[in-house]
Design a protein around this ligand. Structure first.
Ligand code: FAD
Ligand code: DLZ
Ligand code: SF4
Length: 546
């Protein structure tokens, strides 16, 4: 029996399900297709990274004896077209694929068998620790999904960082409290290795400039590992140079230092060049060998065994409806500065410019700077989600969507976040040196000089008082709001409105219609301090997101 095995650009692992029983005579198909680079207009570095990683991967397995059919950009527009052409050429009895990371692709994939006229076997993606049924079992009967509970189950079931008696090593599950240090002035940053672009990468960079030159981002600082060997070297480098201090400064931010002690491994794990299991095992071994402290190792492993797995579980449990909610009735367009970084807010400018230059920002920048701003400003979910999917080299729907729709913007109404991650300028000031280098005054609460995060934060609480004041975890803040003089509240609302109308005017020409419209309010504070939406369904005629 002759099998055609189709491997997608984020499945670049020799052990991926579709390749597990590769036999002599089978053909392995890979295809660069325009539709994948343009269904959202991905950052140039993301396209170059994946095309180069794909070309290296297929060349390597071919060199090791596999029969490879690799189709470069220009031959086919879509996955289905590429497969159809390959089936015509190779006449297989069976097509084998690994389940994709995006619902959109899975829906398409389910139609391939009818289209190509050959059975198409879609295999589970076993690169993750938990499969869909594990997560469904975890979620069963739970009203709220909490990462911490899931993570402890994962620690137990995998035996990761557990002692012989079945207890967490160090007798604690969680070292988050130790992991919130601001960066000391004299800290020495790790030197990041350079991955010299070889002929394949240089060719791909030229191709991306020529074909996708008007996409967001620059290629000048391209420095991603694109082979398995370099990805393993990047892991070694991280474990030795960054992991020991990863925990302490996990939440810190600093001007001109977009990477700090973070691993930069997410694009590599998400596309298959690194295996999450090996990353977790190596990190645990670093602790057992005394090479890194437990707060760092637990903090790092929690991100992969906990958050990464949990986020994927939420995605597949809740799709395809998940993205349709707009619980806080967010309805402003995305400000232009998300694309050009042209803003006096230093925290936003730093994060967005680093994103443009590196297709990377670390978690706290994504969550507490650009995500926090989108939450406070009420940016339409579809627009902010698309931005995140475009700009990061590690972005795929399965991981981007729950992080943005659930964690950063609370658009899902708190399916897994117990409260919105809303913060004023004080948080950013505590965790960074951005405010010291900013045109705005982080101590001022209202007026033109004041930090916009301050009045946007209180304005957000005022607008959503009805819903959020019921939340145990932020109830105390509403006590402060109640004590606030009426005049002060009005000044906050006025500052917020003025600012938002300037950076994200509601009726901006050419704006994409929002998914939802909240009821019109006449009194900003109202008898309940403003409305908040319940679950809002897309307005009729609203365009499909992508
Ligand atoms: P490190 O800080 O070194 O963390 C180690 C690893 O943990 C990461 O490589 C990643 O695999 C995993 N991880 C950590 N947090 C998360 C999380 N919340 N969800 C899933 N995995 C996590 N991650 C993506 O991989 N793709 C995305 O598109 C993406 N979009 C995000 C959008 C928002 C609004 C937020 C708040 C987070 C998003 N994340 C996303 C999660 C996280 O920010 C990135 O995984 C991390 O910044 C990648 O950098 P790193 O490899 O240096 O991570
Ligand atoms: C992101 C991406 C891009 C830009 N291009 C391709 C491509 O040409 N060929 C391919 O196989 N994969 C590509 N990808 C990754 C896919 O978008 C990804 O495989 C799907 O979203 C499923 O997760
Ligand atoms: Fe950001 Fe406000 Fe600080 Fe400026 S003052 S960097 S806008 S938090």
């Amino acid at each position: 029996m002759r099998t055609l095995r189709f491997v997608l650009g984020d499945q670049l692992d020799r052990r991926v399900a579709a390749l597990q029983d590769l036999a002599p005579g089978d053909v392995v198909l890979g295809a660069e297709v325009r539709a994948e680079a343009t269904y959202v207009r991905h950052h140039k570095q993301k396209i170059a990274f994946l095309f180069s990683a794909m070309r290296h991967f297929f060349a390597e397995i071919e060199a090791d004896g596999a029969l490879v059919d690799y189709r470069r950009l220009g031959r086919h527009e879509t996955f289905a077209e590429a497969l159809e052409a390959a089936v015509r050429e190779h006449r297989p009895d069976l097509v084998v694929v690994t389940e994709p990371g995006e619902w959109r692709v899975l829906a398409d994939m389910r139609g391939w068998e009818a289209r190509v006229g050959v059975p198409v076997e879609i295999r589970d993606d076993d690169r993750f620790f938990a499969d869909h049924s594990d997560f469904a079992r975890f979620a069963e009967g739970r009203r709220e999904l909490r990462m911490e509970t899931f993570y402890r189950d994962m620690r137990r079931s995998t035996g990761t960082l557990m002692d012989e008696d079945g207890n967490p090593v160090g007798e604690r599950w969680n070292y988050d409290h130790d992991n919130r240090k601001a960066l000391p002035k004299d800290v020495v940053m790790p030197r990041r290795p350079r991955y010299e672009a070889d002929a394949i990468t240089r060719e791909v960079i030229g191709l991306v400039e020529a074909e996708f030159g008007d996409h967001f981002g620059t290629l000048d600082a391209f420095n991603w590992p694109v082979t398995r060997a370099d990805a393993l070297a990047a892991l070694d480098e991280f474990l030795a140079a960054c992991l020991p201090r990863f925990g302490d400064f996990q939440d810190a931010m600093a001007v001109g230092e977009p990477q700090l002690f973070h691993s930069l491994l997410s694009p590599l794990m998400n596309c298959g060049l690194l295996r999450p299991r090996e990353v977790v095992a190596r990190a645990e071994a670093a602790w057992r060998d005394g090479a890194a402290p437990l707060n760092a190792v637990e903090g790092f492993i929690r991100q992969i065994l906990g958050w990464r797995e949990f986020i994927r579980g939420v995605y597949w449990l809740k799709m395809p409806d998940y993205r349709e909610t707009n619980t806080l009735a967010a309805r402003r367009p995305l400000p232009q500065f998300y694309w050009d970084g042209e803003t006096d807010m230093r925290c936003m400018a730093e994060t967005i410019r680093a994103t443009r230059d590196n297709a990377y920002a670390h978690h706290i920048q994504r969550l507490m700077v650009t995500g926090n701003f989108a939450l406070l400003a009420g940016i339409r979910p579809a627009e902010i989600e698309e931005w995140y999917l475009i700009v990061y080299a590690d972005a795929y729907d399965w991981v981007e969507l729950p992080n943005v729709h659930g964690m950063a913007t609370f658009a899902d109404g708190g399916l897994f976040a117990s409260k919105p991650y809303a913060a004023s300028g004080a948080y950013i000031d505590r965790m960074s040196d951005y405010c010291r280098h900013c045109a705005y005054d982080v101590k001022a609460k209202t007026g033109d000089e004041a930090c916009p995060f301050n009045y946007l934060y209180w304005n957000f609480l005022i607008e959503h008082r009805e819903r959020l004041s019921q939340n145990r975890r932020i109830g105390m803040i509403y006590k402060s709001l109640e004590r606030m003089p009426e005049e002060r509240r009005r000044a906050i609302v006025a500052s917020a409105r003025r600012f938002l109308e300037e950076v994200a005017p509601m009726e901006r020409e050419g704006a994409v219609p929002g998914l939802a419209r909240s009821p019109v309010r006449t009194d900003p504070l109202g008898s309940h301090g403003g409305e908040c939406g319940g679950r809002v369904v897309p307005a009729a005629g609203a365009p499909a997101r992508r």
